[in-house]
Write a protein that binds this ligand. Structure first.
Ligand code: SAM
Length: 345
């Protein structure tokens, strides 16, 4: 079970960072971003420190609001948020034709919500790769609780330098994770290297769409809000990702922004006009209650100093995501299925 109580939220803030260091970690994290004088180059050079600080600070909020899977999904009418998230995970498994006996890699696996769902859905063994130690500790515990510790495991490493031999996996997927890479080509090349020839990689990427105009100030503001609120060095366009995949050597089987056909908008859970009991903590009222609760817990010393500031930059992320979704300049579900060609001998 995901940690979803108020006390779990409070005590988890900061992850592996010492509780007395949380406030200064927030300072350091914020300084990477443009609102606080930071620039893209510094974010790219120090991506590992920036992203790890972000997930140490934010993971317990994610678990509290989203559960075990930290991603969006297209939404059908009559479907709950949880159902849509599961279906989005199954879609990847089906696109990759996962089946018993395959050795699969989940790149940037969070606390392993999708990994556990896909491992059970497709009867495969999955290795979750993640650079954040706190999330791996949580994921290992959750795997053990559902009896998947024998077939699934985690490896702590950077997806820009994976500790795996060449041609090692039968399938690879990434869900809303490779957007943290300082350079898409470098990351896709690593994935290409460890995938067996003839096998496939599928992902959901966070991207700016063709409607994004880098000269439009309100568009730039949305992009910056998403970057600071979600620990991203620089959000790439769908075309930049597609070019990087081809340059890395992949054959593109198909690609599509799944947000375009989603019957209900993917950002519905964050929409100020939307109310839902099943995803209450993500609604405007739910977020306001969480913020007040975190303030109280920080005041009485149960949550570390700096917790309210974490909750504030996550609020900023929600606002940026919502605006980006409404303006159709941003998507968290640019899907692609690509294959590593079999070389002629
Ligand atoms: C938004 S979360 C998505 C997690 C998971 N895929 C899910 O859907 O629940 C992004 C994940 O990417 C991981 N990540 C970011 N940069 C990484 C890197 N350089 N190497 C490995 N993992 C990374 C983060 O630690 C986090 O677990």
């Amino acid at each position: 079970m995901a940690k979803s109580g108020a006390l779990d939220l409070a005590t988890g803030i900061g992850g592996k960072i010492q509780k007395t260091e949380v406030e200064s970690a927030v300072d350091q994290y914020e300084k990477y971003h443009s609102d606080f004088g930071g620039d893209e180059e510094a974010r790219k050079t120090n991506y590992s420190d920036m992203v790890n600080k972000y997930y140490d600070l934010a993971t317990s909020f994610y678990e509290f609001g989203w559960g075990e899977s930290f991603h969006f999904a297209p939404r059908w009418k009559g479907e709950s948020l949880r159902e849509s998230i599961k279906r989005h995970e199954h879609f990847l498994a089906l696109q990759l034709c996962l089946r018993r006996g395959m050795k699969v890699l989940d790149v940037g696996c969070g606390i392993g919500g999708p990994l556990r769902e896909i491992a059970r859905f497709s009867s495969v063994s999955i290795t979750g790769l993640n650079n954040n130690e706190y999330q791996i500790t949580r994921g290992t515990e959750l795997n053990r609780l559902v009896g998947l510790d024998g077939s699934c495991s985690f490896v702590k490493a950077d997806f820009m330098r994976m500790p795996f031999p060449d041609n090692n996996f039968d399938a690879i997927y990434a869900i809303e994770a490779t957007c943290h890479a300082p350079d898409a080509l470098g990351c896709y090349k690593e994935i290409f290297r460890v995938l067996k020839p003839g096998q496939c990689f599928a992902a959901y990427e966070w991207c700016m769409t063709e409607h994004y105009n880098p000269k439009n100030e309100s568009h730039k503001k949305v992009k910056a809000e998403i970057e600071i609120g979600d620990g991203l060095p620089d959000i790439r366009s769908t075309n930049q990702c597609l070019d990087a995949l081809k340059q890395a050597g992949f054959e593109v089987i198909w690609e599509k922004d799944l947000a375009i056909d989603s019957p209900l908008p993917w950002y519905l859970p964050l929409d100020t006009r939307h109310f839902s009991l099943s995803s209450f903590r993500l609604t405007t009222l739910g977020r306001l209650i969480t913020r007040t609760m975190v303030k109280t817990l920080e005041f009485v010393g149960l949550a570390p100093q700096g917790s309210v500031r974490v909750s504030s930059f996550l609020e900023k992320a929600a606002e940026g995501l919502l605006e980006g979704g409404r303006k159709e300049i941003f998507t968290p579900m640019y899907f692609f299925l690509v294959r590593k060609p079999v070389l002629d001998s």
